[in-house]
Design a protein around this ligand. Structure first.
Ligand code: ZN
Ligand code: MN
Length: 499
């Protein structure tokens, strides 16, 4: 009988560890001047240094050091005044040098923390995730396995290698062991990666696109019997490529390990791959121990010794923290907790911020992104931001505010923009969606409505104002929804002696 998640956490306590790799958005690579553009023709952004050719000498990218310090400071880390690179030796075809230039026992930043807030049974609760280290290293190339059913090397006919990514600056952020999360371990893991992504985005040091691999998370997890004071053997689930998957991967691994332990089995220390479809993990290679990498100090690079004056300058230039910014925006926009959380959960905060920055009212901006646009995105199987630009949404909202579009017409404009019929203004012209605000045209429609419902009109004349609703509805109908309802109401009541 398999244990459910709830049964697992009755007996076992999880310990989490999260390793996040971030690709920095520097224009050039970590140790050479090669470009870093995503999606370029394979092997067009390479040179003797990043190909590891004999005699080529690396030099550290100063911008990458600055970005790493920014990340460390934003994560409340200490910045090492003197740190060095090391060679991490292993053979893999996507790594032309046969070692990765990384940092080992001397990381640039260490001893920080990130507080994350999650919903628990007792309301919102903050968990502190301690950061062990933030270190600099370089990315590997990419391999493409051709032939075979799975796209993996097993069963492939041949493999192709693209070294464009080899040498792109990476920062690796490693947490200390996260204990005491109990049944909230999956949520804490997700909240941590989310908060980290938001910080990295606010620092403008990375694209932080999990789906493109510029933010990659490995989740370590072990279980130990509750109150045992021991530590179980951990597994490492690799390259979980969405925020939702982080949560699912931890949950799935807790269930797998719990059932394994319960049946008398042993967890082995290994790398596992997350399967997006099932939410389960499957084994990869057994995990190397640090000593297997034969780390040694990199002889071709000088130590990194950031001056404290520079570090303080960077500290003073850090942007507002995302958590602080969220609180400020919520207060400015006067949004209740529940609705603000809905926007965060839908990952639409940045869209709303940009729409407001383009001149739209915050309440309308939220309602359009979370309502109509999310609905259309859902139908299309895309993310809302892929459908329409924030500038176009702001334009539509401003036209509503100016009375040139009704909500109904605006929905048609948005639909047209999404269908690539042009800008909002072009769609309005093409589909003839202008609001009828011409008084004489509206009066004609009003008189027709009164003629068709003389009894209703008489009730309004006699002072029954709510009865006007039926007449306004008739006018809206006869104008195809293109009339401004407020204006119709005003003209109608005036015409019937109630204005
Ligand atoms: Zn290069
Ligand atoms: Mn690494």
């Amino acid at each position: 009988m398999a244990l459910s998640f709830d049964q697992v956490i009755e007996k076992y306590e999880p310990t989490l560890g999260l390793e996040v790799h971030v690709e920095l958005n520097t224009k050039s690579k970590m140790f050479c001047g090669c470009a870093t553009t995503f999606g370029a023709e394979p092997n067009t952004q390479v040179c003797p240094v990043c190909l590891g050719l004999p005699g080529a000498l690396p030099a550290v990218n100063a911008k990458a050091i600055e970005s790493s310090i920014k990340i460390g400071l934003a994560l409340n880390c200490k910045i090492s005044p003197f740190n060095r690179f090391a060679r991490k030796n292993y053979f893999y075809p996507d790594m032309p040098k046969n070692f990765q230039t990384s940092q080992y026992d001397e990381p640039i930043c260490y001893d920080g923390y990130l507080d994350v807030e999650i919903d628990t049974d007792e309301g919102k609760k903050t968990f502190r995730v301690e950061i062990e280290r933030v270190h600099m290293e370089e990315d590997t190339g990419k391999s493409l396995h051709v032939g075979g059913a799975t796209g993996r090397i097993h069963g492939a006919d041949y493999s192709l290698l693209d070294y464009n990514r080899a040498g792109i600056p990476l920062v690796e952020i490693v947490t200390k062991m996260v204990k005491g999360t109990g049944k909230y371990a999956p949520e804490v893991a997700k909240a941590y990666v989310t908060a980290l992504r938001d910080i990295l985005r606010s620092l403008e040091v990375s694209d932080v696109k999990m789906e493109q691999g510029s933010l990659r998370c490995d989740a370590n997890l072990s279980l130990a019997p509750i109150n045992s004071n021991t530590l179980g053997t951990r597994s490492e689930t690799k390259n979980v490529n969405s925020l939702r998957s982080v949560e699912r991967a931890v949950r799935g691994e807790m269930i797998r390990q719990g059932n394994l332990l319960e049946s008398g089995g042993k967890v082995i220390q290994e790398t596992r791959h997350f399967l997006e479809e099932s939410g389960e993990t499957r084994p990869g290679r057994s995990k190397e121990q640090a000593e297997d990498y034969r780390y040694f100090q990199e002889p071709d690079l000088l130590p990194v010794a950031p001056e404290s004056k520079w570090v303080e300058e960077i500290r003073n230039s850090l942007p507002e923290k995302p958590a602080v910014r969220r609180k400020r925006l919520q207060a400015e926009w006067q949004v209740p907790d529940k609705e603000f959380d809905a926007m965060l959960n839908a990952d639409l905060l940045e869209e709303v911020v940009q729409t407001v920055a383009a001149g739209a009212d915050p309440t309308r901006a939220r309602s359009w992104w979370l309502g109509e646009i999310s609905r259309l995105a859902n139908e299309a199987g895309k993310s809302p931001a892929e459908l329409i630009s924030t500038v176009d949404v702001a334009t539509v909202i401003k036209l509503i505010e100016q009375g040139e579009l009704t909500d109904k017409l605006a929905r048609q404009v948005v639909e047209g923009v999404i269908n690539k019929e042009g800008t909002p203004q072009e769609v309005i012209v093409k589909r003839n969606l202008k609001v009828v605000s011409d008084d004489s045209a509206l009066m004609k429609a009003i008189e027709e409505a009164i003629a068709a419902q003389p009894d209703t009109a008489q009730r309004v004349r006699d002072g029954n104002i709510p009865a006007a609703g039926a007449l306004i509805g008739a006018v809206m109908k006869s104008t195809g929804g293109q009339a401004d309802a407020a204006k119709v109401r005003q003209l109608l009541l005036k015409h019937l002696g109630q204005g």
